[in-house]
Design a protein around this ligand. Structure first.
Ligand SMILES: Cc1ncc(COP(=O)(O)O)c(C=O)c1O
Length: 377
């Protein structure tokens, strides 16, 4: 099989007039034969050639048979989480991104479904599946505490209890981790982050190898209607071609920064995939090809968060991650702002925890910016 970046560039060959990139098909509808039998394409919400091009590429990168793109990462998460039906229970790994948490705590109860939170999957056992659990939904590493869970082991326990496993792979992308190869049934990602990578597009993708689940994910496009439009599909297709290059650089910058600041007196503790324990380091090295480019740290007592943020010049204070520009945010009030105080405390979203999403800028500039801000705090 060709390498990741070769596939990202060459998965699609529907070239017209020898153009090196595929065209954008803006058509909302497609002319049908007079006998009423639809052709390959019928109406843009169902599918369209530009969306097919990016879905084909993303499926190849995931090693999946089926990928579906939506108008945001939450569109993809909702398509998957919406498979939990009346009377069923979702096991959700925590902490989870605030939008996923919102779906579990606001949408599921409306549908007569339930959620049970799991803070630590190492103790997951058959007993956890007693209340008609039909899905386990997890992020590994978690957002924003970067805790790592064993996808293979969780999938084995879930499957023998008749539940499916959905992994939100936004933080690592298929370049670094492919959950379907490890036993998960569906992966979802916010394409807004690394896949697209330039902070100018909202999108999401859900992938699977299971034809019945694929049918459901496609129905979420067709029925709920939150599809990725053709122009955005095209831009995602173009941007994903450089995912490997961007992520290598972002990851290298992040690792160097972690090493450089971890002993700084303003840094109480630093969190990255595998930092929690030797066991998590081992799992991370077995199931992923790297640690990604997001880390978090707790600003030491006596240091001022506001002063730290105000002193930053290159890092911007904003939600999101995975773009070429470096960002910091305060998850307790921003990405996890929907959490109850009890859940913030219970799942380790500390009020002084700062999440750092490292971009592709020159490392020396990032280091200088960051240490200047730590000193100013
Ligand atoms: C892990 C994770 N999943 C899903 C989402 C939702 O993505 P979007 O903002 O594209 O809807 C986000 C957004 O920050 C995220 O961080």
């Amino acid at each position: 099989m060709a390498g990741f970046t070769t596939r990202a560039i060459h998965a699609v060959h529907n070239l017209e007039k020898n153009a090196i990139v595929p065209p954008i098909y803006l058509a909302s509808t497609f002319i049908q034969p007079s006998d009423g039998t639809p052709g390959e394409y019928e109406y843009q919400r169902g599918s369209n050639p530009t969306r097919t091009a990016v879905e084909t590429t993303l499926a190849q990168l995931e090693n999946a048979q089926y990928s579906y793109v939506y108008s945001s990462g939450m569109g993809a998460s909702s398509a998957a989480l919406g498979l939990v039906r009346n009377g069923e229970t979702l096991l959700m790994g925590m902490p989870s991104y605030g939008g996923n948490y919102r779906f579990a705590t606001i949408e599921l109860p409306k549908r007569g479904a339930h959620v049970k939170f799991i803070a630590d999957f190492t103790t997951l056992s058959d007993e956890d599946f007693s209340d008609n659990v039909t899905m386990v939904f997890l992020e590994t590493p978690t957002n924003p505490t970067l805790k790592v869970s064993d996808i293979t082991r969780i999938s084995q326990i879930a499957h023998r209890n008749g539940a499916i496993v959905v992994v939100d792979n936004t933080f690592l992308t298929p370049y670094l981790q492919r959950p379907l190869e490890l036993g998960a049934d569906i992966t979802v990602q916010s394409a807004t982050k690394y896949l697209s990578g330039h902070a100018d597009l909202l999108g999401g993708v859900a992938s699977t190898n299971n034809p019945e689940l694929a049918e459901e994910l496609h129905k979420a496009q067709l029925i709920l209607g939150g599809i990725l439009p053709p122009a955005d599909s095209y831009r995602l297709l173009q941007n994903v071609k450089t995912l490997g290059l961007r992520l290598e650089r972002q990851q290298e910058n992040a690792q160097r920064l972690i090493q450089a600041i971890k002993k700084h007196p303003a840094v109480d503790c630093i969190l990255y995939p595998g930092s929690a324990s030797a066991e998590e380091t081992k799992i991370q090295s077995q199931q992923a090809q790297g640690q990604g480019a997001v880390f978090s740290f707790i600003l030491a007592e006596g240091h001022d968060i506001q002063k730290f943020i105000e002193a930053l010049n290159i890092f911007s204070f904003a939600v999101s991650l995975g773009g070429i520009e470096s960002l910091v945010c305060l998850p307790a009030t921003m990405t996890q702002g929907a959490y109850t105080q009890e859940h913030l405390d219970m799942f380790g979203v500390h009020p002084r925890l700062i999440r750092v999403a490292v971009g592709i800028e020159d490392y020396e500039d990032l280091l200088e910016d960051f240490t200047t801000a730590l000193n100013a705090s």
